[in-house]
Design a protein. Structure first.
Length: 701
């Protein structure tokens, strides 16, 4: 049973999402095993995040506090100011994945709209939810709005969700005036399988009133009476008591918090006497202000009361400033406030259809794979079984910087090829930490003779002599390839300063192709904003024939599967289905037949145009009964000209990250780099090579 994790976030400030969080936690705890709780961003304060503490205590989450959040707000702001936004997302994703591995389901809760850039917070939460792979549950503020304003807020939310292409569980309009509820429910009525069901929760005024405990915590007040239940009292109004006792008694009302200077013993005593009198309303609590000491006798009186009728708080600020601060106190939940929690749960449970939500959680299917999700998953896979990768271009700065990142992340074991002195000097000059790296100079290595002998045996029939083989082994690409052939390394990555031919020619000669593969080809992993696509062949074969094109498609599907992408293969052409004629489209049509005969289980169709392959609306018109059209994730181009230009056009116009080319069909993994590659490109390609090596290791055992 496929269960999804949930991301609850306010669509704006003051949405009251906490009551939804409590109800959803109750639902999850009742339907799964270990439930995790996660916040991407928290405020760095002396006290721990109150919502995390509440959930951790109430639902007995036996995990460290630090495991339940991604990053502190101050750290997040620093990373953003330094232009390191992607690093922030990676930190959040990394901590979330560590938590998710320990839990059957995770409930995530978005940020609190408290910073200066709160107008952009929904965008941030939507992007985080996408990268965590969660179903989003946005909460809209209904309190204080008429129906026109609420409908407008819903439309703005739908527009934002469409922009980010979020996977949705449901939406909630929270705190709606009772008189407006029926009309809104009629307006937003839905079927269980609706794309975006909306639930309407009526307002419950008591939930918006702060408790005495809220005031104590948010003002940092000392609590002079320690009866816990008195802190749960809701505060109706604030009254400043600066008059004489007779006048004061005329103004108190039920649920008042009385604010008075600490030296007003007469007011303090009057509060206790009035509370006990059947002729006066009962106040919620007493807040003493200022530096003036409460008299010893009053303390003695409080200490002697077995059951203190209300909480007595004390702050150092004067009465005026205290009154101003109290106005800013917000109603929040804390774990001991069982009355408010019960009220919230009862309200939400009677207005949300939890059976419907459970079914949506199970049935909702998402193919979303963001670049960060893809990168994280591959990195973790590489780390799970360390492979030895040789990098022949050891004197190149980008290679050295990438090697440091890979070693610091403990992803692979690395050997650098090149002049030892030059490489060591560059490492020192760049201030890199590469103590664990192995450096081999092919010109000086004792392995050169061993490799020359092996190469001579392989190529003797091609006219290669031992002396020629010995000279060839001075070349870093040949030396590195021979390391793989003789199991001294598991894979090779090159091409930052060498041509593609210089990188892959030794592989063709030494490693050769797998027995069931007719042609070596390549794919690029195109990491778009919300998914990862596979493009092949965009780097090796200029004009494959139908049989070769079929082979490329089958290999590309297998490569996609290796990297946990369930392949749906579109064989591309300028025509869709049976409509087009001509040599080029006939080649693709024939390639489809060959591939389908060889692998009938594979979801592979064509010929089809690119728009029919990716756009579900176009697919409904052009290929209405297709399993692939509109949902393709592996794209096979008819020739190198089309493939190479398309991948570069998509990369440059959409900002996609292109990982590759990843070669497929060789007996051992050798991968090429673009000479314009970045350090990140190198890191990604090495990781992919390591995963290919893991697969070869499994096949050979």
């Amino acid at each position: 049973m496929n269960k999804h994790n949930i991301y609850i976030t306010g669509a704006e400030q003051g949405s009251g999402k906490s009551i939804i969080v409590l109800a959803m936690m109750d639902m999850l705890v009742g339907n799964a095993g270990t439930i995790g709780f996660f916040r991407p961003i928290i405020h760095a304060t002396e006290e721990k995040d109150q919502l995390i503490q509440l959930i951790k205590h109430r639902y007995q989450i036996d995990l460290d506090y630090e495991a339940l959040y991604g990053c502190q707000l101050e750290q997040a702001q620093m990373l953003i100011e330094q232009g390191r936004y992607q690093e922030l997302l990676k930190r959040i994703l990394s901590k979330y994945r560590l938590l998710a591995e320990q839990c059957e389901q995770v409930l995530c809760v978005g940020s609190d709209y408290s910073g200066e850039d709160s107008v952009f917070e929904f965008d941030f939460n939507a992007e985080v939810a996408n990268n965590l792979g969660c179903l989003m549950m946005p909460v809209i503020q209904g309190q204080g709005r008429n129906n026109v304003q609420i409908i407008d807020a819903v439309n703005r939310l739908k527009h934002a969700l469409l922009e980010f292409d979020c996977d949705l569980l449901a939406g909630v309009i929270n705190g709606v005036a009772s008189a407006q509820v029926a009309a809104l429910r009629t307006r937003f009525s839905h079927q269980p399988n609706s794309h975006f069901p909306l639930y309407v929760i009526p307002e419950e005024p008591s939930l918006y009133k702060p408790s005495v405990g809220n005031i104590a915590r948010q003002l940092g007040a000392d609590i002079l009476s320690d009866e816990q239940q008195t802190l749960n009292r809701q505060v109706g109004q604030y009254k400043i008591a600066a008059m004489q006792v007779p006048d004061f008694l005329e103004h108190i009302a039920e649920g008042d918090l009385i604010i008075t200077p600490a030296d007003r013993a007469d007011i303090i005593l009057a509060c206790f006497m009035a509370y006990s009198s059947s002729h006066y309303p009962q106040i919620a609590g007493l807040l003493l202000t200022g530096q003036g000491a409460t008299s010893k006798q009053v303390h003695t009186l409080l200490d002697g009361l077995d059951n203190k009728p209300f909480a007595v708080l004390s702050v150092a600020q004067d009465t005026f400033n205290t009154a101003m601060q109290v106005q800013e106190v917000r109603a929040k939940f804390y774990s001991q406030d069982e009355r408010k929690i019960a009220t919230a749960l009862g309200l939400v449970e009677s207005n949300l259809d939890f059976d419907e939500l459970r079914q949506r959680l199970i049935a909702k299917h998402s193919d979303r794979v963001t670049p960060l999700m893809f990168e994280y998953e591959q990195m973790q896979r590489a780390k799970a079984n360390i492979q030895h990768i040789v990098l022949p271009e050891g004197e190149e700065e980008r290679i050295l910087r990438a090697a440091e990142i890979l070693l610091l992340r403990k992803v692979v074991q690395i050997t650098l090829l090149g002049n030892v002195g030059v490489i060591t000097q560059k490492i020192t000059g760049l201030g890199l930490h590469l103590d664990e790296v192995s450096i081999i100079d092919p010109l000086e290595s004792e392995l050169r003779e061993v490799y020359a002998e092996a190469y001579f045996s392989l190529r003797e029939e091609k006219g290669v002599t031992y002396d020629m083989a010995y000279d060839i082994m001075a070349d870093v690409s040949y030396f590195g390839t021979m390391m793989i052939h003789l199991h001294h390394a598991d894979g090779m990555v090159s091409g930052a300063v060498h041509t593609t031919q210089h990188t892959i020619r030794p592989a063709f000669q030494i490693i050769k192709t797998k027995p069931d593969i007719a042609i070596v080809s390549s794919v690029f992993f195109m990491c778009l904003e919300d998914r990862v696509l596979v493009y092949g062949d965009c780097a090796v074969n200029p004009n494959p024939n139908a049989a070769q094109l079929a082979d490329i498609a089958i290999s590309s599907a297998e490569t996609a599967r290796l990297f946990n992408i369930s392949p749906r293969v579109a064989m591309l052409s300028y025509s869709t289905g049976d409509s087009g004629k001509g040599e080029a489209v006939d080649k693709v049509r024939q390639a489809v037949q060959i591939a389908q005969q060889a692998h009938p289980e594979l979801k592979l169709e064509g010929p089809m145009q690119y728009d029919a392959a990716v756009d579900s609306e176009v697919a409904k018109t052009k290929l209405p009964n297709s399993e692939v059209a509109g949902r393709a994730n592996v794209f096979i181009f008819p020739d190198l000209n089309t493939g190479n230009n398309t991948y570069k056009a998509v990369q440059r116009s959409s900002g996609a990250v292109a990982i590759g080319p990843i070669l497929q069909g060789l007996n051992k993994p050798v991968n090429d780099l673009s000479r314009g590659c970045t350090v990140t490109d190198i890191v990604n390609t090495v990781v992919m090579t390591a995963i290919q090596a893991q697969a070869e290791e499994v096949l050979s055992t």
